[in-house]
Ligand binder design. Structure first.
Ligand SMILES: [Zn+2]
Length: 185
């Protein structure tokens, strides 16, 4: 099921997600929803807090931009090692239309549970390394604009507030135009 993506700024995106006790059908359903939502929004990664679920779960698929990669599920991820420095122009499904350069480790090793609850370790480079760090940040209540200067962050915050206000106005207009509204008191 495609879920609604929480748009920054929103208090839920500042919260720390809780570890998953057991990878069961409920978590797999969440991971499926996350993957579906990510693909529908044309993203390469999504963390559970972005659909208002405070669980330590991430999906990533960098395949449109990185050869040899496919859908990866990371439950209770932990970055166990990081190396080098890399700068990449990042975007976020929770901050639509914005992209800024962020400096991160060039290579990371992440340990997590997979879709079946099996522990695995993955060596990540390129966009995959960036995505793992970006999504892992979401689980700590951190978004990419938190890595920018406060000036840049405030400009983006203002644009997002305007976007949300425009969207709310459109929705109100749609409700007004909907047939039968007159009787809906
Ligand atoms: Zn994001």
């Amino acid at each position: 099921m495609i879920r609604e993506i929480v748009i920054w700024p929103d208090p839920i995106l500042k919260k720390t997600a809780s570890p998953v006790d057991r990878v069961d059908d409920g978590i797999r359903r969440l991971l499926d929803d996350m993957a579906e939502t990510m693909y529908a929004a044309d993203g390469v990664g999504l963390a559970a807090p972005q659909i208002a679920e405070l669980s330590r779960a991430i999906v990533i698929d960098t395949s449109p931009r990185q050869e040899g990669q496919k859908l990866i599920h990371l439950v209770n991820p932990e970055i166990v090692r990081a190396e080098g420095v890399s700068t990449y122009t990042e975007g976020c499904l929770s901050i639509p239309g914005e992209a800024e350069e962020v400096e991160r480790a060039a290579k990371v090793w992440v340990r997590a549970l997979d879709y079946h609850g099996k522990l695995f370790e993955l060596e990540c480079e390129g966009l995959l390394a960036i995505a793992v760090q970006h999504e892992n940040d979401h689980l700590q209540g951190v978004v990419f604009v938190d890595h920018l200067s406060s000036l840049k962050r405030e400009i983006i915050r203002r644009r997002m507030k305007k976007l949300k206000a425009d969207h709310a106005a459109e929705t109100a207009e749609e409700i007004r135009r909907a047939p039968g509204h007159e009787s809906a008191l």
